[in-house]
Design a protein around this ligand. Structure first.
Ligand code: HDD
Length: 666
């Protein structure tokens, strides 16, 4: 893999300490790093021990404030390439020429949990992309859910206070299943649509590689002639959109709190590079008012069936970070980092974000020079009259640091639009200064119902169960009832079932008249591929090693990722056993295949545990001829056994590809 411009730039900051002499930060060689300087080996430590003081002081300052939201995240490098020029709609340089590859850095995250929290919690996922373009950095700071909880940024602190752990006891961590969140929801009903998504399978993704990304807001594209289109951005994962089941997600939170970063890291290390296609929905300016929703309202989608998604390029994540802190933690995204040809709309949520992101970096990264950090530097030159501040790295030469000047020939000089200068779109505004919201933002429920109508029966069932879990955890009966009554506006049956489950009164409200659905919203209609699905292959160490080798070969040839599990580590023929029953767990696999069994009772018990759990999570199960008895009683689709091992392997791969077998009765 060749180095792109960002890789080359980062190279000058990389340091490999291996094989080097230990020194202080001043470059002084250190003779002893085990003992502090003392007055006698049993005496007190001396103040003059500069080595001890430097080492300890640095350590004492190693943490920076975590992000107020999206604290738990992981990132990777990659590249973006265009399929077709987009010059008809935008003059953005990186969207003109399909032969140009733009370096990118992408950070995925959960929203509510703190930096060390589990990754499989029920939550939206952040999906931030920094494009290092020749015209400056462009950041697309989105989520895996296309709408948001609130319509105006001034409510963001309230929303975040409500979803975060409650301040009196700091519980619960990384969870919305508590009183203040649901109190906020019921009393800020613009949240209805996003709550539907948050209670759906979208909020428990199987992998960062298998979720969509959305820019959420309506943005603007402007072409070279100055013509504008409204635009919404989509990332579509090539592997399709897939989710965990809730019980599994909760168990993984304990068995492997790093599940999503491990998945991303291992896939990239293995060369299975995550890929996402970039899609845009475009709307001519004159069509702004043609819809039954306001296109500036961030609680609304543009149904794909009404405004198609034009697929215009692909992003491939092909390199892991060298250092999580230097890159994933210090990266500073900002929806206001734009390039010529991309501009904002008046979405009041977006407008507020344009203030918040630089502000938060000032406290998080300790001052105004965070753009100089290697991960944040543009790949193009940057020059201006900003100077000084904490941790300034650039050494600006010469006496002039002001505009306009004559001493430096009035440089750095501004650029005309033709020369690449950013010119804001000249939207005509005639308005009174008011605190208020347009009445066109008032319909909070139609699209929440549209989402509900678009779900397949199992997806609906999962939403009912998620609501029942979350509202069931709420202690206040009043809040429970308010939430139940609120969701009667989305669907009466949904609210009635939640009420029944949490012991609330049957909902007030008459349900919804909306019958429209958007099939693109259902994960049932997503792409399904076997690629990179993790299969636990259970073997007895006395089993047939040649047969196992053949099996592993067939799985790999189909794109699966088999890992071998037995009661003890070691080898079977030339294959290493990857896990014991205890070091792995059925929730960490997409499917389980029993290749051979032993008579040992513990072995049988553990195999039974793996199979039952996998069956209960609707995942594929397979057993070769000698092990097929273990599947007795596990009926329904996705359970494959038999004597013809070759056919069996094919059916098993087919069963894994289906992702889940919801019609199973568990
Ligand atoms: Fe935000 C971080 C996405 C609304 C204020 N936000 C942050 C990140 C993502 C989003 C993905 C993590 C960036 C990273 O990986 O470093 N935020 C969104 C989306 C929103 C949204 C999709 C609605 C459409 N955010 C939003 C509002 C505000 C903020 C309305 C405040 C007015 N967001 C922030 C922040 C964060 C942030 C406090 C915390 C850390 C950071 O910015 O760098 O400024």
């Amino acid at each position: 893999m060749g180095k792109n411009r960002k890789d080359e730039q980062l190279e000058q900051f990389r340091v490999d300490d291996r094989g080097q002499k230990l020194t202080t930060n001043q470059g002084l060689r250190v003779s002893d790093d085990e003992h502090s300087l003392k007055a006698g080996v049993r005496g007190p430590t001396l103040l003059e021990d500069f080595h001890f003081r430097e080492k300890m002081t640095h350590f004492d300052h190693e943490r920076i404030p975590e992000r107020i939201v999206h604290a738990r995240g992981f990132a990777a490098h990659g590249e973006f390439e265009l399929y077709e020029s987009m010059q008809d709609v935008t003059r953005a340089g990186f969207l003109q020429d399909p032969s140009v590859k733009t370096p990118v850095f992408v950070r995925f995250s959960t929203v509510a949990g703190s930096r060390g929290s589990a990754e499989t919690v029920r939550d939206a996922r952040g999906f931030s992309t920094k494009f290092y373009t020749e015209e400056g950095n462009y950041d697309l700071v989105g989520n895996n859910i296309p709408v948001f909880f609130i319509q105006d940024a001034i409510k963001f602190p309230d929303f975040v206070h409500a979803v975060k752990p409650e301040p009196h006891n700091e519980m619960p961590q990384a969870a919305s299943a508590h009183d203040t969140f649901w109190d906020f929801v019921a009393n800020n009903q613009e949240s209805a649509h996003m709550v539907m998504w948050a209670m759906s399978d979208r909020a428990i993704p199987r992998s960062y590689r298998m979720m969509e990304g959305f820019g959420v807001h309506t943005f603007r594209f402007i072409n070279a002639e100055g013509r504008a289109h409204f635009v919404k951005f989509h990332w579509k994962p090539v592997l399709g959109v897939h989710s965990l089941v809730w019980d599994e997600a909760q168990k993984i939170a304990g068995k492997d709190p790093d599940f999503h970063r491990r998945d991303l890291w291992e896939s990239i290390e293995a060369g299975d590079f995550p890929e996402y296609e970039l899609g845009v929905q475009l709307l001519a300016e004159e069509d702004e008012f043609k819809f039954d929703f306001d296109i500036l309202d961030p609680t609304k989608i543009w149904p794909e069936e009404d405004i198609p998604v034009r697929i215009v390029g692909k992003m491939t994540l092909n390199r892991n970070v060298d250092n999580v802190f230097a890159e994933a933690e210090q990266v500073a995204f900002h929806p206001g980092h734009v390039v010529p040809g991309i501009d904002f709309s008046n979405d009041p949520l977006l407008q507020g974000r344009l203030f918040s992101y630089t502000d938060t970096q000032l406290i998080r990264l300790g001052g105004p020079n965070f753009h100089e950090l290697p991960i944040n530097r543009p790949v193009c030159p940057f020059h201006n009259n900003q100077r000084d501040g904490y941790n300034r790295m650039t050494i600006n030469k010469g006496p002039v640091s002001y505009h306009k000047n004559s001493l430096a020939d009035n440089t750095p000089s501004t650029s005309s639009e033709e020369e690449g200068g950013y010119v804001h779109y000249q939207e005509k505004i005639e308005a009174k200064k008011v605190r208020g919201r347009s009445v066109s933002f008032d319909d909070h429920f139609s699209q929440a119902t549209l989402f509900w109508n678009s779900m397949s029966p199992p997806e609906k069932q999962h939403i009912i169960e998620a609501f029942s879990f979350e509202i069931g955890k709420v202690k206040s009966k009043s809040v429970q009832q308010q939430a139940v009554d609120m969701f009667a506006n989305v669907d009466l049956d949904l609210a009635t079932q939640i009420a029944d489950s949490v012991g609330a009164n049957p909902p007030l409200g008459r349900g919804s008249d909306v019958t429209k659905a958007s099939p693109a919203l259902s994960q049932e209609n997503t792409v399904k591929k076997p690629n990179t699905r993790k299969v636990g292959v259970i073997v007895d160490k006395q089993g047939d090693s040649v047969e196992l080798l053949q099996l592993i070969y067939s799985f790999k040839a189909a794109g699966l990722k088999p890992e071998i599990i037995s009661n003890k580590l070691g080898t079977l023929g030339e294959l290493a056993i990857d896990h014991t029953f205890k070091t792995a767990d059925p929730v960490l696999f997409d499917a389980i295949y029993v290749a051979s069994v032993s008579e040992d009772l513990t072995f049988l018990k553990e195999t039974g545990r793996y199979l039952t759990e996998t069956y209960n999570h609707y995942k594929a199960l397979g057993a070769s001829s000698t092990a097929q008895d273990l599947l007795i009683g596990m009926d329904g689709p996705g359970v494959v056994a038999g004597n013809d091992n070759e056919r069996l392997v094919d059916s098993f791969i087919h069963a894994v590809t289906a992702h889940r077998h919801w019609s199973r009765i568990v």
